[in-house]
Design a protein around this ligand. Structure first.
Ligand SMILES: CC(C)(COP(=O)(O)OP(=O)(O)OC[C@H]1O[C@@H](n2cnc3c(N)ncnc32)[C@H](O)[C@@H]1OP(=O)(O)O)[C@@H](O)C(=O)NCCC(=O)NCCS
Length: 187
């Protein structure tokens, strides 16, 4: 169950190049076929459609003695479509609402840019992610057989159309690139 008190210990903010080592470490800990540093770097620095958010312990900065980054989310907003690409939360920090808060922030940014639908693909066996996305309002629209490798597995395609803010209260403050601070607690 999500606790607002716990969530208030975290904040969501845009990723920076200095955070890449910590993001890569998290990526490698969370996925059997992780993105490489080069792939992460390309998304962060060269892809005009990509957005990159991290969830961090409040008051800590990346590169400190203890890794402050507890989750990250890479997503694309391509005109009318929000595409969730990679979402990961450190194992010891899961089930506290951080994954939902990172996804919800992408929804808010996509709606601000007038996106009208959201899509994603996920491994067929990934029950936690299915559960999270279903709870947010995604529905399954299809399958891509043997889409993933290591191990080979089907991809489940999910979509939300029209795109609306998901229900459920999340309370992770968000620091925008310009320093403006908001909160997702209106969800
Ligand atoms: C999927 C993932 C990002 C979820 O992050 P999280 O911070 O634990 O998610 P939340 O705490 O916001 O969970 C929201 C809801 O999703 C569902 N959920 C999340 N993890 C679940 C699990 N292990 N089992 C069942 N349901 C789960 C629950 O409904 C949960 O609400 P609840 O805790 O109130 O019951 C995280 O498990 C993860 O990083 N997994 C490895 C990487 C990955 O698979 N990413 C997705 C790729 S598409």
């Amino acid at each position: 169950m999500t606790s607002d008190k716990t969530l208030s210990e975290f904040q969501i903010l845009p990723a920076t190049p200095e955070m890449l080592p910590d993001i890569l470490a998290l990526e490698e800990a969370c996925f059997s076929s992780p993105w490489t540093r080069k792939m992460l770097e390309t998304e962060l620095m060269s892809n005009q459609f990509a957005h990159f958010l991290v969830a961090m312990h409040r008051g800590q900065s990346a590169g400190g003695s203890e890794c402050a980054i507890v989750g990250y989310h890479c997503f694309w907003i391509v005109f009318e479509e929000l595409r969730l690409m990679n979402l990961a939360v450190r194992e010891s920090m899961r089930r506290q609402g951080i994954g939902t808060a990172l996804a919800a922030e992408a929804f808010r940014m996509a709606l601000d840019l007038a996106a009208t639908r959201a899509v994603l693909e996920v491994r067929a066996s990934n029950a936690p992610a299915h559960s999270l996305y279903t709870r947010m309002g995604f529905v399954q629209t299809g399958k891509r057989p043997r889409y993933y490798s290591n191990p080979i597995e089907d991809a489940v395609l999910m979509e939300m159309s029209p795109l609306v803010m998901p229900s459920g209260r999340q309370n992770v403050p968000t620091c925008r690139a310009g320093g403006e601070s908001t909160s997702t607690d209106s969800l």
